[in-house]
Design a protein around this ligand. Sequence first.
Ligand SMILES: Nc1nc2c(ncn2[C@@H]2O[C@H](COP(=O)(O)OP(=O)(O)OP(=O)(O)O)[C@@H](O)[C@H]2O)c(=O)[nH]1
Ligand SMILES: [Mg+2]
Length: 710
Amino acid sequence: MSFDTKNIRNVALLGHSGCGKTTFAECMLFEAGAISRRGSVEEGNTQSDYTNIERERGNSIFGSLMHAKWKDSKINIIDTPGFDDFVGEVVSALKVADTGVMLLNAKNGVEVGTQLIWDYIEKFETPSIFVVNQVDHEKADFEGTMEQIRSRFGNNKVLPMQYPLSTGDGFNTIVDALQMTMYVFPPEGGKPEKQPIPESEIGRAQEMHNVMVEAAAENDEGLMEKFFEAGSLTEEELAEGLRIAIAHQDIFPVFCASSSNNMGSGRIMGFINDICPSPADRPAARLQDSDEKLACDSNGDTSVFIYKTISEPQVGNVSYFKVYSGTLNSSDELTNAENRGQERFGQLFVAEGKNREQVSTLKAGDIGVTVKLKNTHTNNTLSTKGVDRKIAYMDFPEPRIRVAVEADGKKDIEKLFKALHQIEEEDPTLILEQSKTLKQTLLHGQGQLHLELIKYRIEKVHNVHMDFIKPRIAYRETITKGADTMYRHKKQTGGAGQFGEVHMRIEPYTEGMPDPADLSVRNKEIEDLPWGGKLAFYWCIVGGSIDSKYSNAIKKGILQKMEEGPLTGSYCTDIRVCIYDGKMHAVDSNDMAFMLAAGQAFKDGFKQAGPKLMEPIYKLDILCSDDVMGDIMGDLQTRRAIIMGMDADGHYQKITAQAPLAELYQYSSTLRSLSQGRAKFHQEFLEFAAVPHDLQAKLIAAHEEALAEA
Ligand SMILES: Nc1nc2c(ncn2[C@@H]2O[C@H](COP(=O)(O)OP(=O)(O)OP(=O)(O)O)[C@@H](O)[C@H]2O)c(=O)[nH]1
Ligand SMILES: [Mg+2]
């Protein structure tokens, strides 16, 4: 059975880790009759957290697609992980959702995760509702949580629809001010009994109701007039007004629930069905590299957007998609706008966590799954032949942490890379980098847990052992003063000998520096180095002491030494070399001899020219709550950081600092534990700066030791 666009609801369950999203999803499926028994996170038998690793850990790691039928609607539910290491799953869920359901833990109120996810809701302009969950908890504070939601997310926009009659252990009653009814739940939860609102509560409920009516009327002139004329709105008019206001993000309704007791979810599903937007109620979709928009119309050309790809053993690629336009039938052939390849959608499915149910048709707005697409990846759009259109890409957050990886033995290296590449394909928040500079393979991820879980998957699923090691730092080497130097390379063993002698001056290079007064410059080459910085190579030979045919070999010898710097083997930058004298031999001179001579002369000269080691400095932007700011600042002092500024940013403090990358290893973990999760940070390369003397000496000694050992 396929659902019409207007009967489809796509909701993303969002919220700080542990607020109860997965448990709530289970209630939704149970209430809709999609499952006959509610699983729990503790028992590891929920529909959503179906992977072994999620069951072992007891929280979500992957976004998980489910669906429930409610009255005439199909509600597609994407349960997202709350831990911010997995924020990529929130991005992809919000891309395809038409309603965000933000759950809060009534015990904790607005948490850092709530705020982070809210920023994405605003970015995606997703109509959203709040659910204050866990009102059964003994420390639940519904009023306090409401107050925080209001102050953080808009006093005038946050609109309570209900409230619990009491919180804590005895919670079983919700006063619903939208319907002006009271719901009393049986001890096992589920379907509540409707009762009239008691006298003692009627005043409060009516006041809430009136606020709702005004909010609903505010956005529609017709409704406003009726409201002034009649002093109230009919139920249909109220629903219509709320529908418009929610779709425009003018209001954010708030509900309450206890998902572990299955109280409240049915009413929320009813609201999603009756009032929350269908895909057709959302603005037309933005396209990539085009100002055109795409309306969600099942009669249009078919366009399908892949929002997630995973790989399953035995099955291969599993692609999750939303139909943005048209109607998709199984065995349709579509063109991938990214590579013009044809893809056959052999089988279409709707998903229930790990289980899939085959369907024949999915209309515009619906979300589905297919398998075995050949050359299609996340962020790709596939359309009817002849239609060239790309739905706007999802932007995933930049990585925040990096480690170097090592396999156990040589034979495992290939297996490890294959596995890492596969995970990288599935996870757009992970970047795998073969760093030539560092001679290491690096993994860039969202946080310690993100990387730990990749290690777990590599070891458990792909059966390869992998170690994380500290990434090397890409130091740079340069000089601070000039030096004159020479080297004679001479070898006379057996047959032909080797001879080359080079005299050079090396100096720090700066743009526009004057030519040396005492040398006559015959030729200048200013080379951009692949690792940044320059080599200025001046040929100042007079009288033919070295034939100019050797100049290339001499430059090559210098470049080799600059690639593996004399101090620590790091890249050298910004040096001028003037070759002004030398000797050659009619028979024994050749390119190799001059290359070696030049390299050695450069190395000797470098060491006499006030050599200096430079390290990468990063700019840090830290957002944290007031109470943890002192600890964070104290910790920064131990990292050779310079504080550039402090600022209040809404409900957070913002610290701007700069610190050497060498001091930032695993900073995200430190920050997490220092702040108990109440801080986030962003780091960005700023510049290279000189390493302090004592540290430079240590690094040089360590390099020499490593060379001696090798
Ligand atoms: N008392 C109480 N506990 C709840 C409620 N909802 C969930 N829990 C418990 O809270 C814990 C976390 O629940 P989950 O459903 O896994 O939370 P989540 O939001 O999916 O967490 P992440 O996947 O980590 O983001 C579990 O131990 C649940 O049993 C509730 O309404 N009341
Ligand atoms: Mg979960």
